[in-house]
Design a protein around this ligand. Sequence first.
Ligand code: SF4
Length: 306
Amino acid sequence: MSSCVFGPVPSRRLGRSLGIDLVPFKTCTYDCIYCQLGRTTRKTAEKKEWIPVEKVLRDIKEKLETMPDYITFSGSGEPTLYSKIGELILGIKEMTSVPVAVLTNGSMLSDIGVQESLMEADLVIPSLDAGDEDIFKYVNRPHESITFKSMIEGLKNFRSKYSGECWLEIFLLGGVTGITSEVEKIAAITRDIMPDWIQLNTVSRPPAEDFAYPVLQSKMMEFAKIFGENCEVISEGNDIFKETHYRVTLDNVLGMLERRPCTIKDISTGLGLHENEVVKYVQKLLTNGKLKCVKRKEHVYYEGIH
Ligand code: SF4
């Protein structure tokens, strides 16, 4: 079984983030129209130990020498569908002081067991992309067991109990939620949830559906004001990772690109390789039929073929 750990990858939010992939590609409770991983192939709300927890801990231990800023549960789908996520967080805490972050779509937070399993995480970043049921269904295309109401109640309930940092990611889409009246609806809900921080995001990598459009940066800045002082627009392309302390292999590059499409620059900053070196790795993977190339505006992204 290949490693479920990838990176460190450059994260716009978390610096050099060691990614942990807890579910098979692409297992999620949602099938978001903007998803950079493409369409959901296994839409489920059933929790499972998809990979033995001992193996995940072993894989993480092997990569701790890369000195990441965060250990982050993200990757090929929704990490709270991993039934032993609580045990895993406790295992990591025994092994290292590197903080643990969980990027979740928030849909499973209505499950008390999932809430409790995340209590020891240092940072939880749930998503909220809609202000009502209709838009929720259109944007997130949730599993049939998940309603907008249950998702919002779960978020509020979790926030009221959790003592770690809780940020909220709000993904806005041009012509859908990237309009003032929809942003105001979402902002009203965030005032009840009371996250420590809000991050506004929009399409910057190839989305699952062609009809998922980005919102102009100038509009994003205007919308951020509606959420108040604790809100920022996430910007692309910070040079976070300048040098590396471990040898990069072809598998490292492929592992990164199987989880998300990246530009040459993204790979370079993520793996600490000079861009000229990255080009050689990418060329080899393209020749071997392991990658495809996707153009979006002026950027070229490389994506692992599953
Ligand atoms: S964006 Fe996240 S929540 Fe939405 S389908 Fe993709 S992996 Fe699932």
